[in-house]
Design a protein around this ligand. Structure first.
Ligand code: PMP
Length: 450
């Protein structure tokens, strides 16, 4: 049994020694001390079904034995040197990852997080295109660093720093003006209308949303852009799947305007969507740059950017260095993740369990008026709660109560969307049909008591 400090003690210490921007779930925060595949255990030994996987990060399962073994064996042999020396683990992992990519996406940069991956992708887009302006979607999350906070478009996560200052952090002004004389300060990141089938003005009509992007390029930029970035199913934004066909239309417009197309696969990659290995494949496109993190390491701090040799080459003019990126331990662990997901046929499993789960949630929607929308793909599912189905009024207070009650019932889900009224179901991919049934039954019970 666990003999460490209590939840209250950990919370007190956290408040004293860690930054005030940290947030925690639940009125009485959970103190998780152990994890095993799709289950988590708190200090009292109570078991929880983990339907959020550490924010969509634990792909194979908590402490999956094969991933764990790869990490431990490599750690015993050699933990760290950096890429200044050769090590086979990083090269083997890059080869395996590249083999999972379509088209000419064959060059890998390893980093330590999703934020870093998107930061690097944006740098490549700007260098490759010779332009500065980036386009992202409203309701997107791409990170919280100086550059990526500009891409993120949910006010919950955006500090009130003018974008010009962000640009200044990245390049000094003299450099900006020498490198991009025609664009002066037109280095903004702009956010176009979200092609959200449930809330969006144009419903599922991708062509209308795409037309808005073209209008933005024509009227809101110099006509040239550095790039476009989008998640293929928005995660933090509440499991919002982009209107079908949207990326195909927009990629074409962006490329015509000189930009590159970046797919943020931080949450959607590695088979989670069930129908495809990568989220962008659900839209029938091949991006120029793909960023990934979270599930790639099953909990290890690991991220990657994969691109074409031509785009990767823009970084050859200087050194791009990352001390921990692709270190032997993370590379061995990440490589094991790829093997495990294939061996255990997790993509198909996500498709099977996901369709069962979504089917049951659709039935539940018939029963409970509060369920405004059930959406998603595979094991990336959102349930939006509303007090009025017609007005789609966020059921904020009710969501908060249900969230606490689910925890009491032993089920941990995520919350998302600007108003926090979307339950996010994104469990470790080993989640079973029985787990899905338990989750839906618990939700049904909690909603009946509301
Ligand atoms: N992109 C997406 C789609 C994300 O969901 C996140 C994290 N929630 C990030 C990027 C940033 O990843 P990290 O927290 O690892 O920096």
């Amino acid at each position: 049994p666990y003999t460490g400090p209590s939840a209250d003690e950990v919370l007190a210490k956290r408040k004293k020694f860690l930054g005030p921007s940290l947030f925690h779930y639940y009125q009485k925060p959970l103190n998780i001390v152990e994890g095993k595949m799709q289950y988590l255990f708190d200090e009292s030994g109570k078991r929880y079904l983990d339907a959020f996987a550490g924010i969509v990060t634990v792909s194979c399962g908590h402490c999956h034995p094969e991933v764990l073994n790869a990490i431990v064996e490599q750690s015993k042999l050699l933990q760290h040197t950096t890429t200044i020396y050769l090590h086979h683990a990083i090269a083997d992992f890059a080869e395996a990852l590249a083999s999972k990519m379509p088209g000419n996406l064959k060059v890998v940069y390893f980093v330590n997080s999703g934020t870093e991956a998107n930061e690097l992708a944006m740098l490549m887009a700007r260098l490759y295109s010779g332009n500065l302006g980036m386009i992202a979607l409203r309701n997107a999350y791409h990170g919280g660093s100086a550059g990526t906070i500009g891409l993120t478009a949910l006010n919950t996560w955006k500090y009130p720093i003018p974008q010009l200052v962000l640009l200044n952090w990245l390049f000094d002004m003299a450099t900006v003006e020498t490198l991009y004389p025609s664009q002066k300060l037109k280095g903004e990141i702009s956010h176009v209308m979200n092609p959200d089938p449930y809330h969006g003005t144009f419903g599922s009509d991708a062509s209308q949303y795409a037309k808005e992007v073209q209008d933005h390029i024509d009227y809101g930029t110099s006509g040239k852009v550095a790039g476009f970035i989008a998640e293929t199913i928005q995660g933090v934004g509440g499991a919002v799947e982009l209107a079908p066909g949207y990326l195909k239309l927009v990629y074409e417009m962006v490329r015509k305007a000189g930009g590159v197309c970046i797919a943020d696969e931080v949450q959607t990659g590695f088979g989670r969507t069930g129908s495809h290995y990568w989220g962008f494949e659900t839209q029938g496109v091949i991006p120029d740059i793909v960023t990934m993190a979270k599930g790639i390491g099953n909990g290890l701090p690991l991220g990657a950017v994969v691109t074409t040799p031509e785009i990767a080459n823009v970084l050859a003019q200087k050194i791009q260095f990352n001390t921990f990126g692709g270190n032997p331990v993370c590379s061995s662990g990440g490589h094991a993740v790829l093997r495990v997901l294939d061996k255990e046929k997790r993509q198909k499993h996500c498709a099977d369990i996901g369709s069962h789960l979504i089917g049951r949630l659709n039935d539940l929607q018939q029963k409970h008026e509060i369920i405004g929308n059930v959406r998603g793909r595979g094991l990336m599912v959102g349930i939006e709660l509303v007090t009025d189905r017609k007005e789609k009024t966020p059921a904020k207070a009710e969501t908060a109560v249900l969230f606490e009650n689910l925890r009491e019932l032993g089920v941990l889900v995520g919350k998302g969307g600007l108003h926090g009224n979307v339950f996010r179901i994104k469990p470790p991919m080993c989640f079973t049909k029985d787990d899905a049934d338990f989750l839906v039954d618990a939700l049904d019970y909690a909603m009946s008591k509301l």
